[in-house]
Design a protein around this ligand. Sequence first.
Ligand SMILES: *Cc1c(COP(=O)(O)O)cnc(C)c1O
Length: 353
Amino acid sequence: MQEKIKQLRQLTGAKPRANLGFYPTPFYKLERLSEQLGINLYIKRDDFSGMSLFGGNKVRKLEYLLGDALDQGCETVFTYGATQSNHAMQTATACRRLGLHPILYLNAYVNPDENDIRANMLLDRILGAEMHVIQSEPGETEQQTEQRCFQTGKEHVARMRQAGHKCYDVPMGGSSHVGAAAFADGYAELMEQCQQAGVSPRYVFCATGSGGTQAGLVAGHHLVGDRAQVVGIAVSRKNDEYEAYCAELCNKALAWLGSDARVSAADFTVDRGYYLPGYEQPSEAASDAIRLLARTEGLMLDPVYTGKAFAGLLDWVKQGKVKPGDTVVFWHTGGATALFSEKEIVGSINREG
Ligand SMILES: *Cc1c(COP(=O)(O)O)cnc(C)c1O
């Protein structure tokens, strides 16, 4: 396994990478919660990835994405997301660090109140990112608004390119094959830490949204060949094609890294049981998970991603899918700024008791 990890590190190490975060991110056992749940629960703190206080999984992706952008001589970076997108905020932050110009196309799932701009949108403002907010029009579905957001952004990219500007176009969530490849490297990082700690996880849980994180972790797992199962907990509605889509993303990342290995949809475990009522819509189970982790470990999760993912992990333990004594890693992907966002996103977490 050591040799496989080394080979994987050689593949990822050959790619251009912008230095944005602090790696390896911390990895340790949650002693109190492990005892309470009767399992060996470890946490991978990608919420501590840097650059600013507000880290998260997008920093890992951006090291490769913006490394690629600089390699191609780009000066402007476009990306897309919800108004409270962690990815958009991290992209703006990383662009500033590297002297690139960030342009964000933000889709308003929750319409921002101009007199009370909060959380990631506030950070985008402080960072001085060029922001284009696409509000939903009467009769339009959320999906249609999102499509219009992508479309309007792409037209802007085309205009800029026509005028001779080199632009790097980052898809929503940073989930291109380049962004996903970052998590193959992240998986190698985790395996090194597991070896040091003398543990071999049975499960690695993460939140899955645009798919790049899980695609990369599965790529890493496939190359290392350890016994873990990567479990993605969906944070938004996913159609039946999602596993196949993730496998394709994973295979593109593997090819980009210069590996001949390939995976299939069957290599992806995606649990759709915990995202309701919907993306950026709070659930009672996520609120309970946030309170539990805060009160047993002093650790913060968020209502949109990690709260729902952790609620999934807890339910797998409760249902006996995770067995007593199993070693489980929770990949903390960040996102705690959402605790300070609009009340529609925060939900009932502020109630007493
Ligand atoms: C983007 C994000 C995710 C999901 O990662 P994907 O690669 O988009 O699937 C999970 N957690 C947080 C906090 C995020 O911001």
